[in-house]
Design a protein around this ligand. Structure first.
Ligand SMILES: CC(C)(COP(=O)(O)OP(=O)(O)OC[C@H]1O[C@@H](n2cnc3c(N)ncnc32)[C@H](O)[C@@H]1OP(=O)(O)O)[C@@H](O)C(=O)NCCC(=O)NCCS
Length: 392
């Protein structure tokens, strides 16, 4: 190692490159100049996807053409459907989870894409749009196979009259979604779309930096996102809340039983999923936006998930958040309200992180294009701490 170099475990605090796509700091989250609360309140996911991929806000005509392109590209090839059917038993056996299956589907799509080996900006944009269009169809078909039901309109990849978020819900459930569910899912996709050099995006950039291809970079991004310290936290946050609910019972919500549960978690140094962040130490800007919307949906909950109304889950989540802040001064990240919100909508928990992929694929693709446009191989150095020189 060069004498002047210093070690930063987890690359914490290291500026590893420049980006014009997104700015993440303590006080704001900005996509190409637009603040996240502004986008969440006024844009649609399709508009944000265009903004990220193309670089500017679309005109009405550009948005129409872009949305039409996404809709036209929704169906997935027969080879992907065949693989999804073959993966059914693997999902049942637990040797694969939906994120693994989605990763393989993206890899197969690369094998079938006429542009797969072309890293030009135009080819990368075409591939990014195709992936953005097809990932919800993969998620929907996969869930139908898990549920033992017929695929929803495989020839069209859902309903061409539905927007991106609504169609994703339709593909999974086979029912036209409530407009408020579709709207909140759409906002969650906006919030999840981009986050500068997070672990999965950095992975994608490292892959792109070797001049490898976009499908490979997205496949790698999915593998990185799956981990519970990253995107997998939205599923794990909900699993943790279910565990607390099981342990304390519905009557325990709002009582000291939850404090006791949390104290045991602190005593055993357990990491609570959906809390903390490498960059945001005073709170994640996305979390309150999604929490408020999810909370509102929970108030209108007409189902009865898990034997409790969705409102009860928010009550429990809010109590856990309060204890975490008081005892540890740690704020929830976006994955915490996401788990609660997707649960309220009745989405199967193992699809929460795949839905994150359905959004983040736009951010990853934008970064792959940015990396290819001004490339330098990403190759840090390590401090050797192994055995001293010896003879074989
Ligand atoms: C996201 C995460 C990996 C960031 O980690 P990091 O930047 O390395 O943060 P640190 O581990 O340095 O955290 C600082 C302290 O807060 C504690 N902490 C951080 N997140 C915590 C959590 N979720 N639960 C309990 N304690 C936590 C750490 O244990 C550490 O305590 P210590 O100083 O006593 O050792 C971490 O907060 C985490 O594991 N969160 C849970 C998973 C999650 O929600 N991931 C999604 C992120 S968007």
């Amino acid at each position: 190692m060069a004498e002047s170099a210093t070690i930063s475990k987890g690359l914490e605090g290291i500026i590893a490159g420049e980006t014009g796509i997104c700015a993440v700091d303590q006080t704001s989250l900005i996509y190409r100049g637009y603040e996240i609360a502004d986008l969440a309140a006024h844009a649609t996911f399709e508009q944000v996807a265009y903004l990220l991929l193309v670089g500017q806000k679309p005109s009405e005509a550009e948005l129409r053409a872009f949305s039409a392109e996404l809709i036209a590209n929704r169906p997935v090839p027969a080879q992907v459907v065949d693989y999804l059917r073959a993966a059914g038993p693997m999902l049942k056996a637990g040797t694969a989870v939906p994120m693994d299956v989605l990763r393989t589907c993206v890899s197969i799509l690369g094998n079938l894409d006429a542009d797969s080996q072309d890293n030009s900006p135009a080819a990368n944009l075409r591939k990014a749009k195709r992936l953005t269009a097809k990932i919800p169809t993969i998620i929907g078909h996969m869930q139908r196979i898990i549920d033992g039901k017929d695929l929803v309109n495989p020839a069209t990849g859902g309903d061409p009259a539905l927007g991106h978020a609504a169609n994703l819900l339709f593909l999974m459930s086979g029912e036209k979604p409530r407009p408020d569910y579709a709207k909140v899912l759409d906002v969650s996709l906006i919030l999840y779309a981009e986050h500068d050099f997070n672990a999965s995006t950095f992975t994608s950039r490292v892959i792109a930096g070797t001049l490898s291809d976009l499908h490979g970079a997205v496949t790698g991004g999915i593998a990185a996102l799956k981990g519970p310290l990253h995107g997998g936290a939205n599923e794990m946050a909900m699993e943790m809340l279910k565990e607390i609910m099981r342990d304390v019972g519905e009557k325990g919500i709002g009582t000291a039983a939850v404090d006791d549960w949390m104290q045991r978690a602190f005593d055993t140094k357990r990491k609570l999923m959906g809390f903390g962040h490498r960059v945001y130490k005073n709170g994640d800007h996305r979390a309150p936006i999604l929490h408020a919307l999810g909370r509102k949906l929970a108030l209108t909950d007409t189902r009865n998930p898990g034997g409790h109304s969705a409102g009860k889950w928010f009550d429990l989540g809010e109590q856990v958040q309060k204890i975490m802040l008081e005892k540890k001064n740690i704020h929830p990240n976006v994955d915490f309200p996401c788990g609660l919100t997707y649960f309220t909508m009745g989405i199967a928990v193992p699809q929460y992180t795949p839905i994150f992929v359905a959004s983040r694929v736009t951010g990853w693709s934008a970064h792959v294009m940015e990396q290819h446009a001004n490339n330098r191989l990403i190759r840090p150095i390590a401090q050797y701490v192994g055995p001293a020189l010896r003879h074989w």
